[in-house]
Design a protein around this ligand. Structure first.
Ligand code: KIV
Ligand code: NA
Length: 277
């Protein structure tokens, strides 16, 4: 299948075909996600929690995300690849932000970058777009703003907040964003924003009316070691699968039933095949 591009996503919105997206942070998971025909892979800064064991997304560095993004890009053949700009990598100046965004394209094989924030990020979206770096916006519950929000709270629950977020969405589209992640907002607001934009919306905790859906890979498979929010649906149980496998491996080594003779190398003329005709 052909590589998914920003144009493909726009066309999917026009044709009312749902856009599928997942995060991935390494080669094997990106391989599986890509081969399953998922449209979009986000190398999210959720890497910080999902894989690196941090409390929140704030401390993960650009170099750390790039390291994982490179592994993902080696695996993915068709998915549209988005690199998540980490906190601090686009908060100092426009010039520094462009330089950092370029690294996702030049060093890590990403097709776009994602930044959190509304109308105040419009100048940066314009600068990145002018530099031929496709930008995905991200509004609503934006985890890098955890201190301002006072925790991970659903956003856009008042009339005023709804109008602000709707205006943010329009400003990002006008600035050149190719898609928008809507996170942690009421379904009704996500529906309103999705209808008001010509670019696709990709929701997480934003209800079923977005143009697409995204979830964190590890949440999907009960591999997060946290209580997942209500918008997560579990599609598999990796914790159980791995736990059972690890326990069986351990028991097999302790019982000396692993490795078997057949799982061993032999001197010439002394192989199991040679001995059992
Ligand atoms: O980092 C991430 O995984 C994200 C998605 C949840 C949208 O930003
Ligand atoms: Na993120």
């Amino acid at each position: 299948p052909a590589r998914i591009t920003a144009h493909t996503l726009l066309e999917k919105k026009r044709q009312a075909q749902p856009i599928t997206a997942l995060t991935a942070y390494d080669y094997p998971t990106a391989r599986l996600v890509d081969e399953a025909g998922i449209d979009v892979i986000l190398v999210g800064d959720s890497l910080a929690m999902a894989v690196l064991g941090h409390e929140d997304t704030l401390s993960v560095t650009l170099d750390e995300i790039l390291h994982h993004a490179r592994a993902v890009s080696r695996a993915a053949r068709t998915a549209f690849l988005i690199g998540d700009m980490p906190f601090g990598s686009y908060n100092v100046s426009l010039d520094e932000s462009v330089r950092n965004a370029l690294r996702f394209i030049k060093e890590a094989g990403m097709a776009a970058v994602k930044i959190e924030g509304g109308v105040h990020q419009a100048p940066l979206v314009e600068r990145l777009t002018a530099a031929e770096i496709p930008v995905v916006g991200h509004i609503g519950l934006t985890p890098q703003a955890v201190h301002r929000m006072g925790g991970y709270r659903v956003q856009g629950k008042t009339v005023e907040a709804m109008d602000t977020l709707a205006a943010d969405a329009l400003a990002l589209e006008r600035a050149g964003a190719v898609a928008l992640v809507l996170e942690g907002i009421p379904r009704e607001l996500a529906e309103r924003i999705t209808r008001s934009l010509s670019i696709p919306t990709i929701g997480i905790g934003a209800g079923p009316d977005c143009d697409g859906q995204i979830l964190v890979f590890h949440d999907l498979f009960n591999f997060s070691f946290t209580n997942t929010p209500k918008f997560v649906r579990r599609f598999g149980d990796a914790t159980r699968l791995y736990r059972e496998g690890i326990a069986q491996y351990r028991e097999s080594v302790v019982a000396r039933s692993f490795p078997s003779d057949a799982e061993s190398y032999h001197l010439p003329g002394n192989s199991p095949a040679a001995r059992t005709p």
